[in-house]
Ligand binder design. Sequence first.
Ligand SMILES: *Cc1c(COP(=O)(O)O)cnc(C)c1O
Length: 356
Amino acid sequence: MRPARALIDLDALRHNYRLARQLHGGKAFAVVKANAYGHGAITCARALAAEADGYAVAFLDEALALHAAGIKAPILLLEGVFDTAELVMAARYGLWPVVHHAAQVEMIEKTPLPAPLRAWIKVNSGMNRAGFLPAAVRAVWKRLVVSGKVKDCGFMTHFARADEPDVATTAEQIRVFDAATRSLPGERSLANSGAILAWPDAYRHWARPGIMLYGADPVPGGGHGLLPVMTLESQVVAVRDLAAGDPLGYGARFVAPRPMRVGLVAMGYADGYPRAAPDHTPVVVGNQGATLVGRVSMDMLTVDLTDLPEAGIGSVVELWGGQVSVNDIAQSVGTISYELLCNVKRVDFVWLGDEA
Ligand SMILES: *Cc1c(COP(=O)(O)O)cnc(C)c1O
């Protein structure tokens, strides 16, 4: 069997959820959208079932998959519903849609629903991506109440820069949110991972931790005690000697500067390892530091084993995990851990720790 694997540590996931909940206080939606950031939504949701107050996903189908898998806690739909059929389904299954634009309010007013809805009004407090302007929030709340279809209304907002502790915009967003919702009844939810770790002023009834559950600290500097959940690993499957001047791989991006020993690893960009990774991106081979050399191809990549004489066919290669930080790899290719984790596919997924 091809040795490319993603090991998913469910005990680490639980540790990180507890940490998020404990830091924030109150309740926490475990954000498991996008297949739990590439970690397997159903298995991760089940692993948290004994303690998660609720879950958050992007849209209806992601929620229905959790429901079908036996998840009983409330599920927040972060993008809300896209049409009236979805709205009816959300009401039928007791899902909690976010309401972030006028068409969704009209849909609720016009559509007969099989059960009262618990909805979350999203306030645009300054990110300007989704949500109602502060001045419109009270009127939206009123319309939902008057519709008779919403039994309970919460208020939420999302931060553009919560992962930047030294930037004042998060404090300003909190102020705008509080002013827009002042004296309106209902629960509040402000904090994503960045805010849980860096902005205690954003703590309200519910937190929405995503990336921190998976152990990738979004705040530079880290040090919050998160445990990495995914180890992306494979093995050396062939070894070759290069003479000084020999090119290696596509485009001859790397040319051996000296006689070298190169290991071929069964992992490529079709598995989610970024093709943009430059020469000398760190990897760990058999628990020793080594580096990538040559362009990453679809199914394979190559690593420098010149200084690791004991490494050879069968040596385990960690691409990221407990020894190689996914944040470091993301930084070296100009992206964020979220994108790398979401993109992992095709490899063999192995979940470690109790599922429930
Ligand atoms: C994805 C998402 C989150 C989780 O964000 P992290 O940075 O991963 O913690 C929280 N709230 C909303 C609205 C989201 O879309």
